[in-house]
Design a protein around this ligand. Structure first.
Ligand SMILES: *[C@@H]1O[C@H](CO)[C@@H](O)[C@H](O)[C@H]1NC(C)=O
Ligand SMILES: *[C@@H]1O[C@H](CO)[C@@H](O)[C@H](O)[C@H]1NC(C)=O
Ligand SMILES: *[C@@H]1O[C@H](CO)[C@@H](O)[C@H](O)[C@H]1NC(C)=O
Length: 398
């Protein structure tokens, strides 16, 4: 290891000197600008612009410079498309002043897993813009029929690094709005997510198998989880996010598989939940697994009329399929709930329903004040070990 370091640093020094001599540095290098209109995209919301966007992407991706793909005002009809790496360009910024719209017929996207997917890219930023996936027709199909397509995720990043999403609005996704899967160093900021409170499986932001993801200053109104945190999520930072309607912030469902990567080092700060089904939830199927959740800090949350403000549910077994009579193998430890206040819309504001096989340990409640109908609410504990500090209302059952 140290030999490699010794060899590489003089080499890096020479490259740096060359760059300085040539007057090139990343701060001064202006990005090559690529306008999607030049590739035939039409801002009329009717002409299919998929091919034009792909060609613009290929031009950006193949460029040796930092590039900016510019999408001017207007509506652009796009089918399912993949923006694939590896790219020559070290930085690709997609600056959107317009709205990207999905086809009106949901079956066109419905069979694809994703509408707009980025795969194996590095240094990609999306700035501004709106994505309108036209989900309501598919939700209506799901509400009245059984043979509807499952629907597409609006925006996904897979196996990608150094990603920024800033100032984007996602409207009415068919399924999940944004998925971060197998990524490192992802910064999501000032994102707005909007879908009906009864829209099915429209999770706001789903993160899994990813490290160093930040979600800051976002507003998420949707039908399913505000943010869902899947297996293999490490070092996730969530700050100043408002949720509701929806199902709140959820770690899990875990224990889908026997061999599952753990979730660790998760910080959730300054969140507001309004009228959500859950506030801060950890949930696992009642099934065997060697997965775990550890090192979670939930700090400074306000609950407004939340059904389950604080909940750990390790006995998740919807429709009693493939899990009755089993217990969760997921090990939950070292979870802090600090400065959590507001109102519960049900009598039980704190519920720790842990696994009989792997009790929850190191659960800490500090300065929690949750009320129900202006009275103290209740808490419920099973298979949990931990401590309460300072004021805790309802009275802790730890
Ligand atoms: C988030 O929003 C607050 C208030 O609007 C602002 O002061 C802060 O700078 C923002 N943070 C980031 C990282 O954009
Ligand atoms: C935990 O995550 C934060 C970012 O959310 C990071 O700064 C910190 O280094 C991580 N700690 C460990 C021990 O990985
Ligand atoms: C707890 O919250 C209730 C309702 O918001 C409030 O009336 C009460 O004063 C709070 N208790 C403490 C000790 O802060």
């Amino acid at each position: 290891m140290s030999n490699i370091m010794k060899l590489s640093s003089p080499f890096q020094g020479i490259i740096l000197i060359l760059f300085v001599m040539l007057g090139i540095n990343s701060a001064s290098a202006a990005a090559t600008k690529i306008n999607v209109l030049a590739f035939g995209a039409k801002p009329n919301g009717k002409t299919d612009s998929t091919k034009a966007f792909l060609e613009a992407w290929n031009a950006a991706c193949g460029s040796a410079d930092s590039t900016m793909i510019y999408v001017p005002k207007g509506r652009y009809l796009l089918g399912s498309m993949a923006f694939e790496g590896d790219c020559k360009s070290p930085q690709i910024t997609i600056r959107i002043d317009g709205t990207l719209v999905a086809p009106g017929d949901y079956s066109v996207l419905g069979k694809s897993a994703n509408w707009l997917s980025f795969e194996g890219v590095s240094g990609v930023s999306i700035i501004g813009g709106a994505l309108d996936a036209k989900g309501p027709a598919l939700w209506a199909c799901k509400a009245s029929h059984t043979n509807c397509p499952s629907g597409a995720t609006t925006l996904s990043f897979t196996n990608s690094n150094n990603i920024r999403i800033n100032g984007l609005t996602s409207l009415n996704s068919q399924m999940f709005h944004i998925v971060i899967n197998g990524c490192q160093n992802v910064h999501i900021q000032e994102v707005k997510i909007i879908a009906a409170g009864n829209s099915p499986n429209t999770d706001g932001i789903h993160v899994q198998l990813s490290t160093n993801v930040e979600i800051i200053n976002c507003s998420i109104k949707t039908g399913d989880d505000c943010i869902s945190i899947g297996p293999g999520t490490k070092s996730l930072w969530i700050e100043r996010v408002t949720c509701g309607p929806g199902h709140g912030i959820s770690i899990g469902s875990l224990a889908r598989d026997l061999k599952e990567e753990g979730v660790q080092n998760i910080t959730v700060r300054k969140t507001i939940f309004s009228g959500t089904q859950n506030g801060l939830r950890i949930k696992s199927w009642a099934r065997p697994s060697n997965g775990f959740v550890q090192g979670v800090r939930f700090i400074n949350s306000v609950m407004r009329n939340v059904q389950n403000p604080i909940v750990i549910d390790q006995n998740y077994c919807p429709h009693n399929l493939n899990c009755p009579g089993q217990v969760s193998g997921i090990k939950i430890r070292d979870i802090l709930y600090k400065n959590i206040r507001g109102t519960s819309s049900t009598p039980i504001a704190i519920k720790f329903d842990c696994s009989a096989k792997q009790p929850c340990t190191g659960i800490r409640l500090q300065n929690v004040n949750l009320t129900y109908l202006e009275k103290a609410a209740q808490s419920s504990c099973s298979n949990v070990v931990g401590k309460a500090f300072d004021l805790v209302r309802p009275n802790s059952c730890l």
